[in-house]
Design a protein around this ligand. Structure first.
Ligand code: FE
Length: 198
């Protein structure tokens, strides 16, 4: 694996710009649509959506049951839907069983609840290694799991986009749904971290 340095990233940015320019010139994309798309994913679609879903599941047992039974429909109850979110399956992390999400083939990811995937999620090293050695990869990412916790790796695809329902941290019994949502991180919903007690 090559190391990513700011200098190494430059040609990719230039290539991306050149590609964008070509697509615009040939009339294959409309730049105003593209700008709107980018702005949407920068400002209004991101992990804050997933965090709302998780906080509601933590505080409303009936919602939690619906969410685990049918992710897409329960998420849509909160007005959250969109491309790459047509088939979201939610899996629950517990002390006994920890789920971690990957797309081994490319970078399938539940956009409506998490936004666009971070670069490490698209990295071939993460995609290959988390399948073979999930415990070691999680430890490298700062999540040491007890030996007795079973780790299940979920492979996202165009058919299924996984979302992790993390464990609610101890000491949060008196917190409101909004306060809880503020604790939930993207990494916890991908299963490479836990939600921490504030
Ligand atoms: Fe993919």
């Amino acid at each position: 694996m090559s190391e990513t340095t700011p200098v190494a990233r430059l040609p990719i940015e230039l290539r991306t710009e050149a590609l964008e320019q070509l697509l615009i010139e040939r009339g294959l994309v409309d730049p105003s649509v593209m700008d709107k798309f980018i702005q949407t994913y920068e400002t209004s679609v991101g992990p804050m959506n997933g965090a709302k879903v998780i906080a509601k599941a933590w505080t409303d047992p009936e919602y939690r049951a619906r969410l685990l039974a049918g992710g897409t429909a329960a998420i849509a109850e909160l007005g959250i839907k969109g491309p790459q979110g047509e088939h979201i399956v939610v899996v629950e992390n517990t002390p006994q069983r920890h789920n971690v999400i990957v797309c081994t083939l490319c970078s399938c990811y539940p956009w409506p609840v998490l936004g666009l995937p971070p670069s490490w999620y698209k990295d071939p090293a993460y995609r290959a290694r988390v399948v073979r050695a999930p415990r070691a990869v999680l430890a490298e990412m700062g999540l040491e799991l007890p030996a007795e916790t079973e780790i299940v790796v979920r492979d996202s695809s165009s058919e299924v986009r996984w979302l992790v329902l993390p464990e609610r941290p101890a000491g949060t019994e008196d917190m409101s749904e909004d306060e809880l949502a503020a604790l939930v991180t993207r990494d916890a919903m991908v299963g490479v971290a836990k939600v921490k007690t504030p």
